[in-house]
Design a protein around this ligand. Structure first.
Ligand SMILES: [Zn+2]
Length: 320
């Protein structure tokens, strides 16, 4: 990963990113994989090199044979031919399109890869997860907020953007869409013969990062897209009902599991005469009364577990 990280980092500042044979040789296995995958392509052979005699000029390279070449200093008339192995001057170029193509394939991102801002920003495609659509982009530069106007104006019914970056990058603030920024190297791992992509980490990050609703266990506030909807008194039965669902966000929790959890937290193992179902329905209805916002109906939803048990789930209040 040393070479790939180095190349991605270089890409942030220069495009195309270039790797010399000398740098590559320090990590021969990684170099081999990157070449094998077509991420690194051999660049045209340089015509000149930095003069080793005077170290003050570029001088033309004269090739003698595959492993023998020389250059001649023009500053110092007494300097002779400087022989060297031209193989050491081999240069590799990072192929962004090839790299994005491999990412799209591995992470199951659909669509056509398009360069949407010349040499700076690419649209990689779209991805669907838990019935939500996301549009995936790749920003070569770190100055991601320079693309804010582009994203706000981007014509698509999908308003959730994932933006891959080369390095840790500040968040982007959009007015007409929500976006998360993910350093691409977080999802890549180098194997002996391939780059492997951590699809699960990517998808988990996708869902967590886009959690529109936040419950603050410290004070019981319920916030949706930055707006405080209301408060649930900490340590109340309703609070533990929300807390257990929050801790399993986007996953169904059975009535029985919710009931046992709440009884334990409330230290009232025997006080409740309700059935699990009656307790859960009562809590759900109390939370609605406490929050008094229509979004609550879409945040706490009645559902079933994979084993077909009656359950509740806390989820994002996607638009109706
Ligand atoms: Zn010279």
């Amino acid at each position: 990963m040393v070479l790939l990280k180095k190349l991605l980092n270089n890409l942030t500042f220069h495009s195309p990113a270039i790797l010399s044979e000398e740098e590559g040789k320090q990590h021969p296995k990684e170099l081999e994989v990157l070449i094998l995958l077509g991420i690194l392509k051999q660049d045209t052979f340089p015509q000149e090199r930095w003069c080793p005699s005077c170290e003050n000029e570029f001088v033309p390279i004269q090739i003698v044979s595959k492993n023998r070449a020389f250059s001649l200093c023009t500053m110092n008339e007494e300097a002779g031919r400087d022989y060297f192995d031209p193989q050491n001057l081999k240069v590799w170029q990072f192929d962004i399109l090839r790299f994005l193509g491999l990412i799209a394939k591995e992470l199951k991102i659909n669509g056509e890869i398009k360069n949407v801002v010349a040499n700076d920003l690419w649209q990689v495609g779209s991805i669907k997860k838990d019935n939500r659509h996301f549009l995936v982009f790749y920003s070569r530069t770190n100055d991601i907020n320079s693309h804010a106007a582009f994203f706000d104006a981007f014509k698509s019914p999908v308003r959730a953007f994932v933006i891959f970056t080369n390095a840790e990058t500040p968040l982007i603030n959009l007015n007409r869409a929500e976006a998360i920024v993910m350093p691409i190297a977080d999802f890549v791992e180098l194997k002996t013969k391939s780059l492997s992509w951590d699809t699960n980490a990517f998808q988990n990050h996708l869902l967590t990062a886009f959690r529109q609703v936040v419950f603050y266990p410290s004070n019981g506030d319920l916030v949706v897209l930055g707006k405080r909807l209301g408060n649930i008194t900490p340590s109340s039965p309703e609070y533990f009902f929300v807390l257990v669902l929050w801790e399993s966000f986007n996953q169904p929790v059975s009535h029985n599991d919710i009931f046992s959890y709440c009884k334990e937290k409330l230290s009232k193992q025997k006080d409740y005469t309700d059935t699990a179902q009656a307790f859960c329905n009562k809590m759900n209805s109390n939370v609605k009364k406490l929050i008094k916002n229509n979004a609550v109906d879409r945040i706490f939803v009645s559902t079933k577990t994979p084993n077909r048990l009656n359950a509740y789930k806390m989820t994002n209040p996607n638009p109706e």
